[in-house]
Design a binder for this molecule. Structure first.
Ligand SMILES: [Cu+2]
Length: 251
């Protein structure tokens, strides 16, 4: 019966078993996303463990010490071992979570000296422009036509984010990552993509009336397909068409 309930819930919510193991996150498509997923799953397990212990103690206390007669229960003041325990234990839990958060964050934020691929991402009201640095390929989204970003699997990809107008946010849910795109500032991050596929992306910062139109897609392919994609784009005249804003890397 319980199993049927779980199966029904999975069917109704449309979540497959694989997905439910990452506690609601999409399956990560990058090494960095995998790292974020581990942190999330570990934190949820820690929180649930604390929750189960606390709920158990509440229920146990409510049943074991329920009122049975009008007699006053024994009045106690301090229990030093328990007070020490519930002062020290939260500190230990926070310290462990803090340690893993810092370690994962350092890994996810790490920039390599020589990334294999550099993409200048310009977020503007209300679309995206992708400049493949050093490749002379520029792709700009048009109203109603979200741009596609093609990237190779297994290589280090550096994103260089700039904005000529307001704050946007570059978000690919399958990367388990988003980063703000801020005018007058260059934000960077790197990923190593682990699987081929097509992933949705979106601006994650309310940036004006047509914010909801700032979608894009990321298609990840083999290195060979990536090279031939760039050749094809160059042949179609996808070189520098529109000016890149100050600070943004040209294609
Ligand atoms: Cu935006």
């Amino acid at each position: 019966m319980a199993l049927m309930g779980v199966v029904m819930a999975a069917a109704v919510t449309g979540c497959d078993v694989k997905r439910s193991f990452s506690m609601g996150l999409p399956r990560p498509a990058t090494l960095q996303g995998k790292s974020a997923e581990e942190l999330w799953v570990g934190s949820v397990i820690a929180a649930l463990t604390v929750g189960v212990v606390v709920w158990g103690l509440i229920l146990w206390a409510a049943f074991a010490y329920r009122r049975r007669n009008d007699e006053m229960p024994r009045q106690v003041r301090y229990n030093v071992p328990i007070e020490v325990l519930y002062t020290v234990l939260p500190f230990v839990i926070v310290a462990v979570l803090f340690y893993y958060t810092v370690m994962k964050e350092n890994y996810i934020d790490k920039l390599s000296a020589n990334p294999d691929v550099k993409v200048g991402v310009v977020g503007f009201q209300w679309n995206w422009q992708f400049n493949y640095v050093g490749e002379n390929v520029q792709v700009t989204g048009k109203p109603g036509v979200p741009p596609e970003l093609v990237l190779p699997v297994g290589q280090t990809v550096r994103f260089i984010l700039t904005s000529p107008d307001v704050i946007h946010s570059f978000w690919v849910p399958s990367f388990i990552f988003k980063r703000d795109v801020i005018p007058g500032r260059i934000n960077q991050f790197e990923v190593t993509i682990t699987k081929p596929g097509t992933f949705v992306g979106h601006c994650a910062e309310l940036c004006g009336i047509d914010h909801d139109r700032m979608g894009f897609s990321v298609r990840t392919v083999s290195d060979q397909e990536y090279r031939s994609y760039l050749d094809r784009m160059r042949a179609q005249g996808a070189g520098l068409q529109a000016a890149v804003p100050a600070g943004a890397p040209a294609p």
